[in-house]
Design a binder for this molecule. Structure first.
Ligand code: SAH
Length: 345
């Protein structure tokens, strides 16, 4: 028999049912197996105690159940944020981050090893794209962190390395499996997917009818500035992004989050705030202002505190929701835009 996937975690419940039947086992075994893998988070065949030794042996001949391993771990002295450096079974390095808040634990996962979007302020894109991650490799980041931290993952943000919509199918599969009631059953509303604005995929995403939050990395108030810092802006205009966001809200009833990284002298003037306010004024949205985090290969400067506060005040005055994102874990290079696929510590 040739296996559909190398990793058992890649099988959805219905695919697992087919597999179990092919091995001559009853269908209910699939549910047991799925729960072992996705609810009890087993990572060794020995743990699957209510399945026969013979069945386990057959499964193990064709599948592994550990797509990722912890390669190293760094803990922030500032805020307790933990950065996990993980290695895929094929040897790629990626990073994931666990952030602890009073209301629960939030985990930021990577969707690709590297990135090919080329945003000029981001470390993740420096070495290009090595590979897209499978659903199993994304699930595994959550499972490993939940086990290692000894606490439930409450929120997930797909804001680590990579462009999730450049790996669309696997990201959707991941979302369906992580929210499955037979697995960790994480609420769709507690998950955010962030894109640099691949407009075609934004429409597809709206049509999935998920209650997941869509975040869009805007970072500029007009196409001219956006093209200078984000190559993807040459493919799609801000008008096209806006239309896709309006469609998303119409289809799902959910507001969109815009991410706006404040870079000194590039996009932090009051004129920029004014143009941004005009752009979003008739939309159901929230703006996340992110003072740019340091990436040593780049020489972008953080906007001054005065400029950040003035920017936010301007939005507030125009009744636009805007919050300044706290840079968690910046002392261990775990903050937005600091994750990379090369491990050099
Ligand atoms: N590719 C997706 C997912 C990455 S999410 C996207 O572009 O949305 C990571 C967020 O951090 C994005 O909004 C990204 O633009 C932002 N970011 C990248 N580099 C940054 C930096 N140096 N400082 C602050 N934010 C940064």
């Amino acid at each position: 028999m040739s296996a559909k996937y190398d990793n058992l975690l890649d099988y959805t419940l219905s695919e697992l049912t087919e597999l179990v039947n092919e091995y001559g086992e009853k269908s209910f075994r699939a549910k047991q197996l799925y729960e072992w893998l996705h609810k009890k988070l087993a990572s060794e065949y020995d743990e699957l105690t209510n399945l026969s030794k013979d069945f386990r042996k057959k499964l193990a001949e064709e599948h592994v159940i550990r797509p990722m391993q912890i390669h190293d771990k760094l803990v922030s002295k500032k805020d307790g944020t933990v950065k996990y450096i993980m290695k895929t079974s094929s040897g790629s390095i990626i990073e994931s981050v666990a952030m602890q808040y009073s209301y629960g634990m939030s985990v930021c996962i990577s969707s690709q090893a590297g990135c090919r979007m080329g945003c000029s302020f981001c470390a993740s894109t420096l070495l290009g794209l090595e590979k897209s991650l499978s659903a199993a490799e994304m699930l595994s980041q959550i499972y490993i962190i939940q086990k290692d931290m000894g606490r439930r993952v409450d929120n997930i943000v797909i804001m680590g390395i990579g462009e999730p919509f450049d790996n669309y199918e696997q990201v959707i599969k991941f979302l369906r499996m992580i929210t499955d009631e037979n697995g960790l059953n994480i609420s769709q509303r507690n998950i955010t997917v962030s894109t640099c604005g691949l407009v075609d995929k934004m429409y597809d995403f709206a049509n999935e009818h998920l209650q997941v939050t869509l975040a869009v990395s805007l970072h500029a108030p007009n196409d001219e500035i956006r093209r200078k810092i984000m190559p993807v802006a040459n493919r799609y205009s801000m008008k096209e992004i806006k239309d896709a966001c309006i469609y998303f809200t119409k289809t799902t009833g959910r507001r969109v989050t815009f991410e706006y990284t404040l870079i000194s002298g590039v996009n932090d003037s009051i004129e920029c705030a004014k143009q941004l306010a005009d752009y979003v004024k008739d939309m159901l949205c929230h703006i996340n202002l992110i003072p740019v985090n340091e990436v040593k290969e780049r020489d972008y400067e953080r906007a001054s505190t005065d400029a950040i506060v003035a920017f936010q005040k301007y939005l507030e005055k125009n009744r636009i929701n805007g919050t300044i994102r706290k840079g968690m874990g910046s002392d261990i290079e775990a903050a937005c835009g600091q994750l990379r696929r090369q491990y050099s510590i």
